[in-house]
Design a protein around this ligand. Structure first.
Ligand code: HEM
Length: 299
């Protein structure tokens, strides 16, 4: 089953993320059908790459076979000192393009096509900072799977939800206090060097370094996810749009729990300088499933 290609379409400089709430009383089939139709032949979204996600329970109500078994809405992640808040919505649309105008035009088309079934709950503009850095100034994505590995990490390869992906979508505000740290201190927060993104040696890597919190072994294998983060905001209020894909929810969930210190009381140092403002999980269904749901001929 073919996944939505936008998950892997790297390189676009401009992004828009829409989270949408269903109008009260709408039928699940109608809602999912309207989302699926965005990628269909009568949809006019030329000029940008569109990726569509659905709240797991909403998709399951219409198409259980298209939904990964462990996919579920986000719930607050509550650590001893930090709570990552759940702000789940019903649908997610990611528009990626070569220019802000192209992305704007498609966003207007998308919101118009989804009205009145969906109302926009949140809209974030994402952009690429210095090729591959996040707004801490560190390279973000060094340990991401390569192009050949990413589909195995991000996409379910069998059973319910084959060809789909579980998305964790979180907006993180960055605090100005990080920039006040000396660079070696910043490096101990992340767990890598700032200039060239080399992982710190084990003997100098703190237990609460971001990298250390997110390197998790289960059954002798390291849990892997595929990140497509961008930056948002301007000089006074800005941060990271975390866009993480995985074949199941479990690895994403464990990473969040480790960052919040739920499992062992160790809180990720990065969360002392960044604030999770939102949190939601969506299923990004396979193209073939979407085609069926929108009553479209399969391509
Ligand atoms: C403010 C939000 C975040 C920022 C600025 C951030 C930044 C970074 C940076 C700079 C790295 C090191 C370079 C790299 O390998 O990419 C990294 C690694 C990583 N991050 Fe994050 N991150 C954030 C949130 C998260 C969240 C919420 C998760 C998981 C749900 C996560 C999972 C990971 C993973 C798995 C790695 C790679 C670890 C490794 O294998 O070495 N990050 N992140």
């Amino acid at each position: 089953m073919t996944p939505q290609p936008g998950i892997f379409a790297v390189g676009a400089p401009e992004h828009c993320y829409l989270e949408l709430d269903a109008a009260p009383g709408s039928e699940p089939a109608e809602l999912v059908g309207a989302l699926a139709a965005l990628l269909g032949p009568s949809s006019d979204v030329a000029g940008a790459c569109l990726t569509v996600g659905v709240r797991p329970e909403l998709l399951r109500a219409v198409a259980p076979g298209a939904t990964p078994p462990d996919a579920a809405s986000f719930e607050d992640v509550v650590g001893p000192e930090l709570t990552m808040p759940a702000t789940q919505h019903d649908a997610w649309v990611w528009i990626a393009g070569g220019s802000r105008s192209a992305v704007f035009d498609v966003a207007v088309t998308v919101t118009g096509a989804l009205r009145p079934r969906f109302a926009v709950a949140s809209e974030i503009g994402g952009w690429v900072y210095r090729t591959d850095r996040d707004l801490t100034g560190f390279v973000d994505g060094t340990e991401n799977p390569s192009a050949v590995e990413a589909p195995d990490v991000a996409i379910r390869n069998e059973g319910p939800g084959e060809g789909s992906s579980v998305l964790l979508f979180q907006q993180w505000r960055h605090l100005s206090t990080f920039a006040e740290l000396a660079v070696p201190e910043q490096e101990r927060v992340i767990g890598r060097t700032k200039a060239d993104s080399v992982e710190l040696d084990e003997d100098v890597m703190p237990a609460d370094a971001h990298v250390r919190r997110n390197v998790i072994e289960e059954g002798g294998e390291e849990l892997a996810i595929f990140r497509r983060n961008t930056s948002y905001g301007g000089s006074s209020d800005h941060g990271t749009v975390f866009v993480g894909f995985c074949a199941s929810r479990h690895p994403l969930d464990r990473m969040l729990r480790r960052m919040a210190g739920v499992e062992d009381g160790v809180r990720d140092a990065l969360t002392r300088y960044t604030v999770p403002l939102t949190g939601a999980y969506y299923v990004v269904p396979a193209l073939g499933d979407l085609a069926g749901l929108a009553d479209l001929p399969e391509g």
